[in-house]
Design a binder for this molecule. Structure first.
Ligand code: ADP
Ligand code: ADP
Length: 226
């Protein structure tokens, strides 16, 4: 079971800002949920709490049926993809993808198998020996995703992963992420301010405004009752 469940989750920052207000949201196993809303609505904070990068002020957050409020990021069995996908420039594509496996007790052979498996899914087989600077923007994005999937996490957390790409590539990567998510069947929480992205990618969409969840529904449901 790898659902992600927010139960009355709130976030107050030290300066008193109420960034997320009693969020109730259930992302089912294998579901692609998009949180959409304008800048400052609290969507990044909501995601960062699931990732363990931001403390939860009140409420309970569960991943895979386990309350994670007090767990370190590395113990949460999640993978995160950011807009700045921070690849290591001095490492090859292979080493970048393999990096999250370094601290696990895996044989060289098992690491090689996993990295090659991830590369095959992402169409990177031919590029494993290259450095990031010799890749296109789309290829770099794929390496970042390879690094995320190689550990076989319970959930993907993505924060505006496409916002640094040009318009054409963005449309292409939307389709690729959708395909990858379906192929792996991995529970996914994806944050964006882009409504078209939300509508084309999400199984369901959670609309936030000023820290408050406004509505949740499939693209069709939201489109029919705007
Ligand atoms: P985005 O709108 O893309 O989520 P922002 O530009 O609002 O990003 O925020 C960038 C960084 O600054 C984030 O790490 C966020 O936590 C932090 N930040 C945003 N607003 C404040 C604030 N009022 N006080 C302190 N840090 C903030
Ligand atoms: P979004 O991702 O939708 O742009 P955020 O979650 O980044 O929204 O921010 C939600 C609210 O919390 C905003 O008002 C933002 O300024 C504020 N905020 C974000 N990070 C911090 C921080 N580190 N300290 C104080 N306020 C913050």
């Amino acid at each position: 079971m790898s659902s992600v469940v927010y139960n009355q989750v709130s976030k107050f920052y030290a300066d008193g800002t109420k960034a997320v207000d009693a969020l109730d949201l259930q992302i089912a196993e294998g579901e692609f949920m998009v949180i959409v809303g304008p800048s400052g609505c609290g969507k990044t904070t909501a995601l960062r709490m699931a990732a363990g990068l931001e403390d939860i002020s009140s409420g309970e957050l569960s991943i895979g049926g386990k309350v994670v409020n007090a767990l370190e990021p590395r113990d949460r069995d999640i993978a995160m993809v950011f807009q700045n996908y921070a690849l290591y420039p001095h490492m090859s594509v292979f080493e970048n993808i393999a990096f999250p496996l370094e601290n696990q007790k895996l044989s060289r052979e098992e690491i090689r198998k996993r990295v090659e498996g991830a590369a095959a899914i992402l169409g990177l087989e031919e590029h494993l020996g290259r450095r990031p600077k010799n890749l296109s923007g789309g290829q770099r994005q794929r390496v970042a995703m390879g690094r995320a999937i190689v550990r076989r996490p319970k959930a993907f957390l993505m924060d505006e992963p496409l916002s640094n790409l040009d318009a054409k590539l963005r449309v292409q990567m939307r389709a690729e992420i959708t395909r990858l998510q379906r192929q792996l069947g991995v529970t996914t929480l994806y944050v964006t301010h882009d409504q078209v992205e939300a509508m084309t990618m999400g199984h369901r969409i959670a609309v936030m405004r000023k820290g408050v969840l406004q509505q949740v529904g499939t693209p069709l449901e939201l489109y029919e009752r705007p």
